[in-house]
Design a protein around this ligand. Structure first.
Ligand SMILES: [Zn+2]
Length: 111
């Protein structure tokens, strides 16, 4: 990591870093028990029941949960992992941007 990078260099680093981060999602994906509509369902009667994946999280104060078909679960899991990485990148970008603006300010006051 370059100690004296410019704000423009930080911008270019960030743009490159987020390019590989797609798809993205915030929240968590987990298996949940889902209700069954069938009558006399053997899975329900045996107590096994049915489970399906869901993506859950918060939108402001509001909790959301959306059904995820089994075959999409690995992709959505990847989106959640990318989302976490994106948050980490944003934290790093903020720190590097502040440092870059400060060193820019110092070099201007020296002129
Ligand atoms: Zn059932």
């Amino acid at each position: 990591m370059n100690k004296n990078e410019t704000p423009e260099e930080v911008r270019r680093w960030f743009s490159r870093a987020i390019q590989r981060l797609w798809p993205v999602a915030l929240g968590s994906i987990s298996l949940r028990k889902s209700p069954c509509i069938r009558e006399n369902c053997s899975a329900c009667q045996s107590g096994v029941g049915h489970s399906s994946y869901a993506l859950a999280g918060y939108r402001g104060e509001q909790r959301f949960s959306i059904y995820v078909p089994d075959e999409l679960a690995p992709d959505i899991q990847r989106a959640v992992e990318n989302g976490r990485q994106l948050q980490e990148l944003m934290k790093e970008a903020g720190l590097r941007y502040v440092r870059a603006r400060k060193s820019e300010r110092r070099s201007k006051s020296r002129q």
